[in-house]
Design a protein around this ligand. Structure first.
Ligand code: ZN
Length: 91
């Protein structure tokens, strides 16, 4: 599982392509890469609300204030790399 913060602007299809390229000729070849986009969560100091944004605008989704604090959305980590055992043992 690859967790990607919404602020990273990473293309999941591009990540899958890169993963396929780097995993070639390794035991991970053929593994499915799961990519999870983490929504951008913003705490607004102007109206006090917390919200999420689908885009990467650093702005309150409710009042439009830029006096905000980013709570999440910068993650970029491979959480779990799951390899289907059926793929490895398939005759
Ligand atoms: Zn606000």
């Amino acid at each position: 599982m690859l967790k990607i913060g919404g602020m990273r602007k990473v293309n999941p299809e591009l990540m899958a392509f890169i993963f396929a390229a780097v995993s070639k000729d390794t035991p991970a070849e053929g593994a499915i890469l799961s990519v999870m986009i983490i929504p951008v969560t913003i705490k607004c100091f102007a109206c006090g609300r917390t919200g999420t944004r689908e885009d990467s605008e650093f702005m309150c989704p409710y009042c439009g204030s830029r006096n905000v604090h980013l709570l999440s959305g910068l993650e970029l980590s491979i959480e779990v790399l799951e390899v289907e055992s059926s793929l490895l043992n398939h005759e």
